[in-house]
Design a protein around this ligand. Sequence first.
Ligand code: GLN
Length: 235
Amino acid sequence: MVVGVLALQGSFNEHIAVLKRLGVKGVEVRKPEQLLNVSSLIIPGGESTTMAKLAELHNLFPALREFVQMGKPVWGTCAGLIFLANKATGQKTGGQKLIGGLDCTVHRNFFGSQIQSFETQLPIPQVVAEGGPPSFRAVFIRAPAILDVGPDVEVLADIPLSAIETIDSNPAIQKEEDSTESGKKVIVAVKQGNLLATAFHPELTADTRWHSYFLKMVPEIEEGTSDIVSTSTSN
Ligand code: GLN
């Protein structure tokens, strides 16, 4: 079995390239029937409203929802996280269609506009770090953040708002910070059963540990029945 990468829009090529570096075959998914031939799915970053419109056009929503409900591993990065969330808030979310399944509320453009994109050294849990450094250089591009999660959602990474240099120049963040009870931190990586979601873009860095972590969620790959060549984790 191979890993599918939703290839409607966004950074799908970059995900496929990382999978290849890990010895795993990634294939582009654009049609509902292509989901039958993949063990798992990565939904890349990009622009979630555009992605939703294209998914509608290709009649992908029923098949994507079924894929999630069947318990197949699905990883959403950035726009992919928004697409997987049960609820999205923030700019221009009115009527935006989501796959859903991930029990959380996501703010679409929490960290501001394109110009307020940033990179930060994000603390990561042991399961992701795998003996490597306990942090990950995370790239946030017009990124969302998770505002609240349901009881079955495990938080893998969060970020103190004080770590973001653009915060002072971003009224949206200031406003959000004031209105959240927890105050200073927002969630940027979660796992809920078969679903993994990150607000940042691991496919844009050389560190493959988030991809390796996701591949461990794919039983076919764990059992060695896939096209996998090696699962080495390089940084
Ligand atoms: N905020 C964007 C959206 O709403 C996502 C940005 C990204 O994927 N880099 O789709």
